[in-house]
Design a protein around this ligand. Sequence first.
Ligand code: ZN
Ligand code: ZN
Length: 345
Amino acid sequence: MPTARAYAIDSPTGSFYPTTITRREPGPTEVLFDIKYAGICHSDIHTARGEWGPVNYPLVPGHELAGIVTQIGSQVTKFKVGDRVGVGCYVDSCGHCDICLGGQEQFCREAIYTYNGIGRDGLPTAGGYSTSFTGEERYILRIPDAIPLDAGAPLLCAGITTYAPLKKWGATPGKRVAVVGMGGLGHVGVQIAAALGAEVAVISQTRSKEADGRRFGASEYYALDEPGTLKKLRRSFDLMLSTVAAESDLDALLGCLKINAVFVDVGLPATPVSLLMQSLTGGNRVLAGSQLAGIDETQEMLDFCAEHGIAAQIETISGDQINEAYDKVVKSQVRYRYVIDTATI
Ligand SMILES: [Zn+2]
Ligand SMILES: [Zn+2]
């Protein structure tokens, strides 16, 4: 069986260490690829540190994989050796339930996550902090030539997480869209919303990212640490996309929606949030959530990003910097996504 170098962690309070893992020999419809780059998503940190429930240690996280195909199974039709490919948050689903047929495989009861899951072979799945990966061709994405593999890797999670709700809830020309929080998710969301033709505002904690926000395509920028910011923005937006994991004043944010407008959360605050229902009823407003998308829409997102020159702004790190990178992500000190160069693993 093919072996891969990897970085794993053994406990919620442990540190990442270099190790070797095995990958499956590709089956008839499977593809083996060399991972070149892997993004570090905040979800990796929540999972690795046991904050989202039970973990199968040792854990190799990573669900933003980008690389090059090295071997294909006998019945593979979608890829050939040398193709540029990526894998996002899940690697399998049943393929025939209503949810799969409806194009939302991420919610299939049999969906298998890229790491901390159990694969069809009965073995724990291991993610992108490693040098190779074997997966079903159906769940592998094509990375267009126009997208660099390093800055493109984060699109596999951050890109689709923001693209799907922006598209679903109508970020279109003539609409005023606010992206709340501009970190790993938000900085991609701003670019996508702008490319979809919407007028984009960033609502961030401070002014420190204003120049970046405007470079990513925002035409307005607001800082929450300036008194009265949200009051001034009452009934301003057709759509708000919250990428903030920290607690925020949800009633004040909902007040910034126009009548019949939509607030979508993708930031997943760790603790329950509270709100006054009047913040919704007083304007027929909608509070929504969104999680990833199906494989077809994920490919559509990659093609869209290629067409519009969208990628993450990244800081490339080596395998031995993962521990330090985790602490910096938690402290919001990354601009804007860490990507591991797997040649250093
Ligand atoms: Zn993620
Ligand atoms: Zn299914």
